[in-house]
Ligand binder design. Structure first.
Ligand code: XMP
Length: 494
């Protein structure tokens, strides 16, 4: 006997961010000292456990470079063809190269006049250029300081008259330390790198070296290149192999329902054909995790929590995110598989609650879509600045890619799309660096309240309390009129 209810309605409850809070505990952890180092997949460690979403209004190479430089990871979206994707991966992997390779170095031809070289350097935004003959031999180096007017250089002279011909060069195996010392000693800004025959192989610049030093938290591979992830469809073996070949560190099998058995077969096949780590998602239940732990290098969680997602409304299916993450983490942690909580994070508090629920890292879309580094233009509406942000299951995004993330065939006609996302605008926010600073800083505060100085300690120590609707209202700013907007809380969010 089931009393007044049918057995179908004797159902478990599932919770999300606002339903819970972290129980404050005795602590000696100062937030600034809390260490956010974590893993996003079996072999990729990050300095901050934060990932930018594989969405065409969030992550292209510019975002991925900025994320990795500041200690996180960007996942390139897949609304681009395979060649474009390979190009984007190369942009990230080579962004912080010590040696700029020859084909990216601005060089001058000895036949050019001083004026032509000057104009070229201004156009290319460089302060100097090696002068190289057709064989590729380095004849000299010219810099903008060599052609200042007071030096009485005739602009119509060949560049060979104005260049320095006693060039300081470096061998191919030079490292950052030696390159710095060499430039410091000779008071120069750039050094051509040459092979045994004095042929140009690349260029090292002081600016490049200083920039590298600035990013002490940067997430790099064993060769010192920035790390990046890339989204791959579950049946896109060719894309997966090309991404692997191009040096992507993690392939994110990108699907709205990865507990589909065909998707798992596809993911397994991809895993067998690549060297890169393979993260599989999204899922939201214990049983799905059980089907992935034997081969996945990481598992991504989130069925419908995203800000632009309409999956739950359209399909009637989904799993509130805190319950989803904790169910998956229960299984994944026993197999040492990292878990990523993807979607629905509005505040730093949501991010650290995800970690407490068992995630090793978090993925965000809307939080980063308004930054300068996200693709897309800034638009002004009613005097306020916005950037476009759209779901990858929105009509617009499906039209420029395909719908296979949602396991749908390509329709003939626009009105045949059954979208699971919306197209929107999000307030323009300035640089990624300041957004990440707020997000990571808030997460560290959470670690301070719980007394966990590292991510593993925090996960162990943290406990949740359940919050009522009244408790939730109490959590937000209330009974006041906010006069100055805080950098990490918007009155519109109340
Ligand atoms: P946030 O909340 O950070 O969520 O903006 C980003 C995540 O949402 C997922 N995503 C979608 N989910 N329909 C969906 O149901 C969509 O059109 C869509 N686009 C993105 C994705 O997991 C992303 O990381």
């Amino acid at each position: 006997e089931h009393g007044p209810y049918s057995s179908k309605l004797q159902v478990p409850e599932a919770l999300t961010f606002d339903d819970v809070l972290l129980r404050p505990k005795e602590s000696r952890v100062e937030p600034d000292d809390a260490d956010l180092t974590s893993r996003v997949s079996k072999s990729v460690e990050v300095s901050v456990p934060i990932i930018s979403a594989a969405m065409d209004t969030v992550t292209e190479s510019e975002m991925a470079v900025a994320m990795a430089r500041h200690g996180g990871l960007g996942v390139l979206h897949r609304n681009m063809n395979v060649d474009e994707m390979v190009e984007e991966i190369h942009r990230v992997k080579s962004a912080d190269d010590l040696i700029i390779p020859t084909d990216s170095v601005v060089t001058a031809d000895p036949e050019m006049t001083v004026r032509e070289v000057d104009e070229m350097m201004v156009r290319e935004g460089v302060g100097g250029a090696p002068v190289v003959n057709t064989r590729g031999e380095v004849l000299g180096i010219i810099s903008s300081t060599d052609i200042r007017p007071h030096l009485e250089v005739n602009e119509d002279d060949p560049v060979t008259e104005a260049m320095t011909d006693e060039v300081i060069t470096a061998p191919e195996d030079i490292d950052a330390r030696d390159a710095f010392d060499l430039m410091y000693e000779h008071k120069i800004e750039r050094v051509p790198v040459v092979d045994d025959e004095n042929l140009l192989v690349g260029l090292v610049t002081m600016q490049g070296i200083l920039q590298r030093r600035e990013y002490s938290e940067a997430v790099r591979d064993d060769d010192g290149r920035l790390r990046c992830g890339v989204a791959v469809g579950p049946f896109e073996t060719e894309r997966a192999e090309a991404a692997d070949e191009a040096g992507a560190d993690i392939l994110f099998i990108d699907c709205a329902h990865a507990h589909n058995l065909n998707v798992i077969d596809g993911a397994r096949e991809i895993k067998e054909s690549v060297d890169a780590d393979v993260v599989v998602g999204n899922i939201g239940t214990r049983e799905a995790a059980e089907d992935l732990v034997d081969f996945a290098d990481g598992i991504k969680v989130g069925i419908g929590p995203g800000s632009i997602c309409t999956t739950r409304v359209v399909s009637g299916s989904g799993m509130p995110q805190i319950t989803a993450v904790s169910q998956v983490a229960d299984v994944a942690s026993q197999h040492d598989v990292p878990v990523i909580a993807d979607g629905g994070i509005r505040y730093s508090g949501d991010a650290i609650k995800s970690i407490a629920a068992g995630a090793d890292a978090v993925m965000l879309g809307s939080y980063f879509a308004g930054t300068e580094e996200a693709p897309g233009r800034v638009v002004t509406m009613n005097g306020k600045k916005y950037k476009q942000y759209r779901g990858m299951g929105s009509v617009g995004a499906m039209k420029s890619g395909d719908g296979d993330r949602y396991l749908k065939d390509e329709p003939q006609d626009e009105d045949e799309y059954v979208p699971e996302g919306v197209e929107a605008a999000t307030p323009y926010k300035g640089t990624l660096e300041s957004e990440l600073h707020q997000l990571a800083g808030g997460m560290q505060s959470g670690m301070g309240y719980v007394g966990g100085g590292t991510i593993p300690e925090f996960k162990d120590r943290s406990e949740f309390v359940r919050v009522s609707a009244a408790g939730q209202a109490e959590s937000h700013a209330h009974d006041v009129v906010i006069t100055d907007e805080a950098p990490n809380y918007s009155p519109a969010d109340e």
